[in-house]
Design a protein around this ligand. Structure first.
Ligand code: AG3
Length: 281
């Protein structure tokens, strides 16, 4: 029997995941990255960018729900959201579950991500043709500089913090996000794993704290991201995201009020995270 294997090229992890590959459905390249869509007997279809797993059919909802719903449920009535990255549509699909949403900007630098998602991941791409979605295929940092107006939430669903994604983790970018958010808005970005990238998580918190009056950190268990204890870094102009402001929208598979409240790092761990020189809890 043919035994095809894929070794993930996770840029920052101290381990390598290896996946059995049943089928290679697509490989290709854009000016920004290399694509692969493969199937695995356990995870189903998987999308890889530059050899790094972005999501799988089986577990994408954990990440997409947690990226969108924590910030949006902390607000009574979010209307306008900006998603930076996330061209596959997974976060947008979750954002659109909130009936108060009027506009959802999708700002991915690479339109190929959207095309491939539509073709191979229809359940993830499901919201992309919704009339509330405004497609802005361009550089996220540039979009933020040019954007006039306000947003209730800015959600950064980028690739790992390396290469062109690093422009989405600078103090300048965070400050622009802060300015676009109203007093009750929220900024959320991925910040890797507490098990594997402790110092990277701290660096993102520190940069956020240099521009946002309030910062926080919540996590979710993700099977396919190296280190698994995956972080979502938060900056707000004062809004406390720790408590949901209303009932959970439906349908969700993982996110709910109890998950929301328990996802945030307890204060004693947060303090340790921020201690200079510490490499783990
Ligand atoms: N964006 C986050 C991908 C991070 C993957 N990192 C890793 N496996 N080390 C995913 C895009 C999904 N909308």
């Amino acid at each position: 029997m043919i035994d095809l294997k894929l070794t993930e090229q996770d840029p920052h992890a101290p381990i390598r995941y290896q996946y059995a590959v049943e089928d290679v459905l697509y490989t290709g390249k854009s000016p920004y990255q290399e694509f692969a869509v493969v199937t695995n007997p356990f995870f189903g279809r998987m999308l890889l960018l530059d050899g790094v797993v972005q999501f799988t059919d089986r577990d994408e909802f954990y990440y997409h729900e947690m990226m969108a719903h924590v910030a949006l449920h902390a607000m009574p009535s979010p209307r306008r959201v900006i998603v930076i990255g996330g061209g596959d549509g997974g976060v947008i699909r979750e954002v659109l579950k909130h009936p108060s949403i009027e506009q959802a900007y999708l700002v991915d630098i690479d339109p190929e991500v959207t095309r491939i998602s539509r073709e191979f991941f229809p359940a993830v791409a499901a919201g992309l043709d919704d009339p509330r979605v405004i497609h802005a295929p361009m550089d996220g940092a540039l979009f933020m500089r040019q954007f006039e107006g306000h947003a209730d939430a800015i959600l950064v669903d980028s690739t790992d913090i390396i290469g062109f994604a690093t422009s989405l983790f600078t103090a300048d970018f965070f400050d622009r996000a802060r300015a676009i958010l109203g007093p009750n808005g929220a900024f959320v970005t991925l910040s890797e794993s507490l098990h594997f990238h402790f110092e990277m998580v701290r660096d993102v918190q520190k940069t956020l704290a240099s521009v946002f009056p309030r910062v926080d950190l919540y996590t979710a268990p993700l099977a396919t991201y190296g280190g698994n204890w995956w972080c979502f870094a938060v900056g707000t102009n004062g809004l406390d995201l720790r408590v949901p402001a209303r009932e959970t929208v439906t349908p969700t598979r993982y996110y709910c009020g109890d998950i929301h409240r328990s996802a945030f790092l307890p204060e004693f761990l947060y303090r340790r995270l921020m201690e200079e020189g510490r490499k783990g809890f």
